[in-house]
Design a protein around this ligand. Structure first.
Ligand code: ASP
Ligand code: MG
Length: 403
């Protein structure tokens, strides 16, 4: 008997009617002869509302209390969904993250899963119960409630699927799969049938938004196949699994964009200052993720260093850098009006000229490029915020990704 993990995002269970539809889908998966673990997010915009409530009380609420608050959203969902399933006369039990054995580190609001002890889930499945687990939350070794960062329910679902050796982890969402670009911005974007883990990891990290990147990382590490599909239809979505990249003709699979970045430039840093180590270790200590980095060549014994971070972390990054700068001469300049546009494809490894083609697409539309970063399977360009939607369109067109 196969175990299937089904994850339902906030929009899939936003109201009573949607919860009943999800309950019916779960029961029908059971009727097909599967054991089901369902992982759910908080309903609709609940998490955003909880964050606003906290902000109204304090600019800088204790992170432990933030987790205490945010975890309530998922707890409402599991109880309501369990009641809905019970009303269909299907045995069911809801579990918090802690009850489901999601053990994390103590990094409140950004905790990472350290272990999944699924004894309880297994015994409930053994009793033929559907098991509903609260996504996004866990318990730390010091017995405090933690949360996994925005979008963390995806990671909960994949981690449970890995621990149970589930046949499949289905991610139900409000789009019907992974597209060659955001279909809301690129109307002729194409639904992808299959995406490899590496490509999906890049797409998710670069702003595709459909999956939390860490979920993809866990899936790749344990070989868990993921099926991203719509909760409002029974159509096949996009399969994410190991895809052989033998002689791929298509160099680019998709275009992703991230408008949630900020660029910081340190201007006029004396070359004897080991600025790279100084700045990036200080930021790492604060768990601030640095993304694109460029250091200009040294001229007149000074150099400039630019890098990007998530816009939400700008204030804490500036504070951190100011602390190490003390009264040195170099200056800090920041720019919030930037966005990152990326092309991704495993086929890039074997097809040359991909970056050049992207640059020429941007140049033909007079879109300036501030910073470039690449990996084996992606090229990212930092562009002005006001141009990024156009940049996505022209790249999508240039690589002929439309339907
Ligand atoms: N409710 C959390 C959030 O909005 C977790 C999730 O949806 O995956 O980020
Ligand atoms: Mg999500």
């Amino acid at each position: 008997m196969a175990i299937i993990v089904q994850k339902f995002g906030g929009s899939s269970i936003a109201d009573t009617e949607k919860i009943m539809a999800v309950a019916k889908r779960i029961v029908s998966t059971v009727k097909e002869g599967n054991k089901v673990v369902a992982v759910v997010s908080a309903q609709g915009k609940t998490t955003d509302i909880l964050i606003e409530q906290a902000r109204a009380i304090s600019k800088n609420p204790p992170k432990r209390e933030m987790d205490m608050l945010l975890a309530t959203g998922e707890q409402v969902s599991i109880a309501l969904l369990a009641m809905a399933i019970d009303s269909l006369e299907q045995p069911v039990v809801s579990l918090t993250g802690a009850q489901g054995g999601i053990v994390t580190d103590t990094h409140h609001t950004k905790a990472r899963i350290r272990a999944v002890d699924c004894a309880r889930i297994k015994s409930e499945l053994g009793l033929w119960n559907v098991v509903i687990v609260a996504g996004f939350q866990g318990v730390s070794k010091s017995n405090d409630i933690t949360t996994l960062g925005r979008g963390g329910s995806d990671t909960t679902a994949v981690a449970i699927a890995a621990a149970l050796g589930a046949e499949m982890c289905e991610i139900y969402t409000d789009v019907d799969g992974v597209y060659s670009a955001d279909p809301r911005k690129v109307p002729n974007a194409r639904k992808l049938e299959e995406v490899g883990y590496g490509e999906m990891l890049e797409l998710a990290s670069l702003g595709a938004g459909v999956l939390q990147p860490r979920a993809v990382e866990v899936a790749a590490g344990h070989g868990v196949p993921i099926h991203v599909r719509s909760s409002f239809s029974y159509d096949k979505g996009t399969m994410i699994r190991e895809v052989s990249s033998v002689e791929r003709k298509i160099s680019v699979t998709g275009v992703a964009a991230d408008d949630n970045c900020a660029k910081i430039t340190l201007v006029g840093v004396p070359s004897e200052v080991n600025i790279l180590t100084l700045v990036f270790s200080a930021l790492a200590k604060q768990s601030i993720n640095v993304d694109m980095i460029v250091q200009a060549g040294t001229r007149n014994s000074v150099t400039d260093l630019s890098f990007t971070i998530a816009r939400a972390e700008l204030d804490s990054a500036l504070e951190t850098i100011n602390n190490i700068r003390k009264d040195s001469d170099w200056k800090i300049v920041c720019d919030e009006n930037v966005a990152k546009v990326s092309i991704v494809g495993a086929g890039m490894m074997t097809n040359p000229g991909v970056a050049a083609k992207m640059f020429s697409a941007l140049e033909e539309s007079n879109i300036p490029v501030y910073v470039v970063s690449t990996s084996e399977i992606k090229v990212s360009c930092l562009v002005p915020l006001e141009n990024y939607e156009e940049a996505v369109l022209v790249c999508h067109k240039k690589f002929e990704l439309e339907q």
